[in-house]
Design a binder for this molecule. Sequence first.
Ligand code: F6P
Length: 363
Amino acid sequence: MKKLLIATGGGDCPGLNAVIRGICKRAKKTKEWEVFGSMEAFNGLFTDPLRIIKLTSKKTAGIHVRGGTILKTTNKSDPLHYPVKDENGNVTFVDKTKDYVDRIKELGFDAVINIGGDGSQKISKAFFDHGLPIIGVPKTIDNDLSATDMTFGFQTAVQIASDSFDKLVTTAESHHRVMIMEVMGRDAGWIALHTAIAGGAEICLIPEIPYDINKLVKKIESRYFEGRGFVNIVIAEGAKAKEGTIVSREGDEGSRHVRLGGVALQLSQQLKDAGVHPEIRETILGHVQRGGTPTAFDRVLASLFGVKAFEMLLEGDFGKMVAFKNNTFVSVPLEDATKENNVVGKDSFIVNGAKGLGIIFGD
Ligand code: F6P
């Protein structure tokens, strides 16, 4: 029997388990492959005892409906920038790619499927360049990978955000308030934009379009003047005012990324300072957007990503990532997959469409 290793890395995302199950189901049909999972991305390869589990049918039965990942995950200990602490407690980052690839080979794995976002696929590319037969599966609720039209988890996040938005509309209306709802979206405003359209927001603020606070004030005033008496705003965590800065704090130890979150509070203050009189309330959705049951759409996408990834393995199509393009499943070189982010275009159809619905972006 040949041995396949699966890992899930980066932030978790609804649909990860459906990919794992899809790979295992397809592999079982060959009767030639055994599938294993490394716990917490590739960390499981380096612990004593090893944290590698055999993904039997019993282990994966029914997991496609469950959020999170049965393999756990981490967005620290990136092999390309592995955190090492010196005796003074200072952390530096070193490239440990070769150690990881050697370890995987030493443990007898014939191939790897790495499920993760942008950072994880950069790791896949580095492993492939060091001679490891590897295939990537894209994941992120932010939908910001350019090589695929859609990533699983995104639809679920939008559904959660839209359901929350609907609830905030009725309370905004009852109290004549301005409600600000902050959603995830570090560099890309896809969740915010889809939620604004689905929910019928008045204002949508995204990282790609820095906003002018005066334009927001004008919109809010006109809503109250027209007698509508309430306003609902969606803001992505990475949004900022023109000439402003994003709201961030230091990342966890060992992480190279700053933590976002809290821009809703900043916006609330900016609006008050600019003379907005109605009461303002802020809701930060945070990790609720990444939890729980994946939507049916995400389960389908994730399951078929899993099947396609395993079929790429059978064809020896390594150094590639599975992608969903023009309504079909294809493989794209990892190099292209990690080149650029899929961000919202300022003049895209979706932004203009949202404007057509009366949503303003503050530009
Ligand atoms: O990459 C997805 C994402 O949801 C970002 O939008 C967000 O900033 C980040 O994950 C938060 O991740 P964590 O809190 O797990 O580090």
